[in-house]
Design a protein around this ligand. Structure first.
Ligand code: ZN
Length: 275
C-alpha cells in the first residue's frame, strides 16, 4: 500500500517509535526492504537518492509498483533532492514524499526555497521533509561534527514559515562512516521534540550504535535513515558463505538476505514491528 509520509509518521510520533528509512538503489535491495517490512508486519520508508540511482523516474516507478502490491504501508521517498529539478522529477515520477535538502544555504534562503516547493508538493498530496542545521559527513566528524546543530528558535520559525511536514535535525549524527565516536545530543532532541508539532527525522543512522538509535526512537525521532550499515550487512552475509562452483548463482540472493535481516533488526530495535 503506497502512502505519503504523514500517514506513517504521525502515528509513530503519537505512539513513540521510529520507522526505518532504508536507502535502496536496485531491484534486489528494494524487494529485500519490502520483504523485511512484511516479515515484521511493519511500515517502511524506501529512500531513493538521485546520486545512487540517477534514473529516479524509472527506478521510482518500480519502487511504487512493488509498494502498491504490498499489504504493508510503504512511503517511497526521494532522499536528498539537492536541486529544484530533482524534486520536480520526483513529483512527476510519483514519489509520495520528497526530501528537499537546502541545509547548506543560509537560513532565509532555505526557508524561501522549501516554502515554495512545499506549496507545489502539497497541491498534489505529496509530503515534504526538509533539513535544518546540517548533517555532515562522518569522515569529517572529528572536525565539524558539532558545528551545525539545529537551533531550536530557528526550527520553530522554519516549520511555521515553510509548512514542511517533517524535519531532519542535526543532533550529532553524520552521514557515512564515522571518524571519531558519535555523540548524540539528547537534550537538544527533547527540546526540539517538545517545541515542534511535526515528526523529526535522523539522517546518518548507520554507525551511530544500537543503544543510541533505540533511544532516539523512544525519545522523539520518528524516521531513521539507514544506508551504510545495510550495505555492510549485505556484504558480510555474502562473504560468510561458500560461493564455490554453482553457489555463485546465489550472489544477489545472499546480498539481499543480509540486507533484509539487518532491516528486520532495526525494525525491532525501533519498536516498529507490528505497527
Ligand atoms: Zn541524509
Amino acid at each position: 500500500m503506497l502512502v505519503n509520509m504523514n500517514e506513517l509518521l504521525h502515528k509513530a510520533k503519537n505512539e513513540g517509535y521510529a520507522i526505518p528509512a532504508t536507502n535502496i538503489d536496485n531491484e534486489h535491495n528494494l524487494r529485500a526492504a519490502i520483504a523485511a517490512a512484511e516479515n515484521r508486519k511493519s511500515p517502511i520508508i524506501l529512500n531513493v537518492t538521485p546520486t545512487a540511482n540517477p534514473d529516479i523516474e524509472y527506478f521510482g516507478r518500480i519502487a511504487q509498483d512493488l509498494a502498491i502490491r504490498s499489504p504493508m504501508k510503504i512511503c517511497v521517498n526521494l532522499d536528498h533532492g539537492k536541486t529544484f529539478s530533482d524534486c520536480i522529477h520526483g513529483l512527476r515520477a510519483g514519489f509520495t514524499n520528497i526530501m528537499i535538502d537546502r541545509s547548506q544555504l543560509p537560513f532565509d534562503e532555505n526557508v524561501k526555497e522549501v516554502k515554495a516547493f512545499v506549496a507545489i508538493a502539497h497541491s498534489v498530496g505529496v509530503t515534504v521533509e526538509a533539513e535544518l542545521g546540517h548533517v555532515g559527513l562522518g569522515d569529517k566528524y572529528e572536525h565539524d561534527g558539532y558545528n551545525a546543530l539545529t537551533q531550536v528558535e530557528e526550527a520553530i520559525r522554519f516549520v511555521k514559515e515553510t509548512q514542511v511536514d517533517a524535519l531532519a535535525v542535526a543532533i550529532g549524527t553524520a552521514h557515512g562512516v564515522y571518524k571519531g565516536k558519535p555523540e548524540i545530543r539528547f537534550e537538544l532532541l527533547h527540546t526540539l521534540r517538545d517545541a515542534l508539532s511535526i515528526p523529526l527525522v535522523l539522517h546518518g543512522g548507520s554507525g551511530t550504535g544500537d543503544e543510541n538509535l533505540a533511544r532516539c526512537a523512544r525519545e522523539g525521532i520518528n524516521k531513521i535513515n539507514l544506508s551504510n550499515d545495510l550495505k555492510r550487512a549485505a556484504i558480510e552475509n555474502l562473504v560468510s558463505k561458500d560461493l564455490s562452483g554453482n553457489e555463485v548463482y546465489n550472489l544477489y540472493l545472499l546480498l539481499a538476505e543480509g540486507f533484509k535481516n539487518k532491516i528486520e533488526h532495526y525494525i525491532d530495535l525501533f519498536d516498529c514491528s507490528g505497527k
